[in-house]
Design a binder for this molecule. Sequence first.
Ligand SMILES: Nc1nc2c(ncn2[C@@H]2O[C@H](COP(=O)(O)OP(=O)(O)OP(=O)(O)O)[C@@H](O)[C@H]2O)c(=O)[nH]1
Ligand SMILES: [Mg+2]
Length: 199
Amino acid sequence: MELVLISGFLGSGKTTMLLSTVDQIIALTGKKVAIIKNDFGNVGIDAKVMEKSGLQVAELPSGCICCTLGIDFLKTLTEVATEFHPDLVFVEPSGLADPASIIALMKGYKGPKVEKTRVMIIIDAVRFNLISRAMPAPMERQLKIGDVIVINKIDEATEDQINEVKRAVKVMGLEKQLIMASALRKDNVDMVARAMVAL
Ligand SMILES: Nc1nc2c(ncn2[C@@H]2O[C@H](COP(=O)(O)OP(=O)(O)OP(=O)(O)O)[C@@H](O)[C@H]2O)c(=O)[nH]1
Ligand SMILES: [Mg+2]
């Protein structure tokens, strides 16, 4: 079983991206996929519809995985792993969660073995400037911990806005895979799907 954290600030497009890629991921890999989500988002995942296409969706109660919900998260992960035996588990924490804390939390996980944990960060290119000015440290932590960084909402962002994200990554000296995408318009979602399974 492998774990992929889909992290990123509130409203950056995590759920939309998951919805735009999950069918492709299943088709591409034939893997059994489960999603554990803990978002406050306006874009919901209809668990019943998803389950028809062979996908297991577990929802955590409201709260934050990396703070109050740590135990619930580990319990849910253990349950999903033992009952459903997925090959791949996507975790969408709330936009407030610190992905590093979730990884630290995994030290307390005692369920079926997790071979690998990877992190994909979804950045809202339109709001990047605003958010990184308001919360420079959390933004920097997200960029640092991401194995892949998706610059999302390129359908709305200006070239300057997109370049700003690229520049920030470069200034930090990070050698990361960057994918420019639009989860909504489905631009480059095939690249994102491949990156999610073969990070
Ligand atoms: N223009 C544009 N809008 C997008 C894109 N991706 C997502 N959105 C919109 O952004 C809003 C938030 O999307 P979500 O997928 O709910 O974002 P999220 O990161 O899951 O949000 P939380 O779970 O609340 O943190 C919705 O209105 C989406 O339709 C995109 O590529 N382009
Ligand atoms: Mg969401």
